[in-house]
Ligand binder design. Structure first.
Ligand code: SF4
Length: 308
């Protein structure tokens, strides 16, 4: 389960990471209320996301609450405030499952391509090294699309000495943007699978394929939503169907913690999952069959099946 701790972003950050929709700050009292429910549902790990989570004015309180009762905690960071995080994490060292940082390429040019900040790549690599040297597990998140596919092997070679885990996922559309170019044709899929095999050799199996990639032995669908751990609790109280959905799209919102209990809101999840699987199977069965492995399709289906 992902918890958007705050919509606040590091002012020095050159990118627009802010979650849209005036996310605000997650209320520690609300977290105290939902944690027992999550534990009763078998959730034993949370991932803090943002914005930059440590910018929440009551971050220490949220950290202590999240690590209580044996819960494990992951952090999605944009690579800022590393010394501050290390200091905050020290009392909970055994509870910190991983720190996840995003790298778009194996060198400054590949990483900074879309970003005007020349120092961005250096900062992320320094953050990776800082967390690794402090003994924390680091996951490097990397988005695969038609442009980035070509440097996967180089990325693996760059990261291999750092003993990180590489997490590959599909690109999702930016707010209001077009659907990203996805390696959907047979030749592109074969090339991607060959690169993944090469990466497994380089990284000694330290590679995770997010279901959004659709590289699976049994189906070619993103199944990010198939387990509840991809649900996002937003700082403004809304509970979003899949953390990669555009959070401003109201059809992806299952409910709001200000209006309803978490247990009641989660009760809406299975029906929405079923609607998407059905719509995808119908698309596959159509003539000609269509691959529907993208967020836009999910959101169209959610919009069309939103309960009144
Ligand atoms: S919105 Fe749909 S396609 Fe996008 S990541 Fe979530 S489950 Fe996958």
């Amino acid at each position: 389960m992902l918890i958007e701790i705050t919509g606040r972003c590091e002012p020095r950050c050159p990118e627009d990471h802010a979650m849209p929709g005036d996310a605000g700050d997650f209320d520690p009292d609300v977290l105290g209320e939902v944690l027992p429910v999550l534990r009763s549902l078998g959730v034993s790990a949370l991932v803090m996301t943002g914005g930059e989570p440590i910018l929440h004015p009551r971050f220490g309180e949220l950290l202590a609450l999240s690590c209580r009762d044996g819960c494990r905690l992951g952090l999605r960071s944009h690579g800022w405030q590393v010394p501050e995080y290390l200091q905050a994490f020290a009392p909970y060292r055994e509870r910190i499952a991983h720190v996840l940082l995003t790298l778009r390429g194996p060198a400054a040019r590949a990483h900074n391509g879309a970003s005007p900040a020349a120092g961005d790549f250096v900062r992320i690599v320094e953050a990776i090294d800082g967390y690794r040297q402090a003994g924390y597990a680091v996951i490097v998140d990397h988005v695969v699309d038609e442009q980035t596919m070509g440097h996967l092997t180089a990325l693996g070679e760059f990261l291999a000495p750092r003993s990180i885990t590489l997490h590959l996922r599909a690109a999702v559309p930016a707010q209001g943007g077009a659907e990203p170019a996805w390696p959907a044709g047979p030749a592109a899929r074969s090339a991607l699978i060959a690169q993944i095999h090469a990466l497994k050799q380089i990284l000694s199996e330290r590679i995770v394929l997010e279901p959004s990639l659709g590289v699976n032995h049994s189906y070619n669908f993103c199944s990010n939503f198939a387990v509840m751990d991809k649900i996002l609790l937003r700082a403004n109280g809304s509970v979003v169907f899949c953390h990669r959905c555009r959070p401003s799209d109201r059809s992806a919102v299952l409910g709001n913690l200000r209006d309803d209990t978490l247990r009641a809101i989660l009760g809406h999840h299975p029906a929405r999952v079923g609607a998407i699987w059905s719509a995808r199977l119908a698309a596959m069965a159509a003539e000609p069959p269509a691959i529907r492995n993208n967020c836009a399709f999910c959101q169209d289906t959610l919009r069309a099946t939103k309960p009144t």
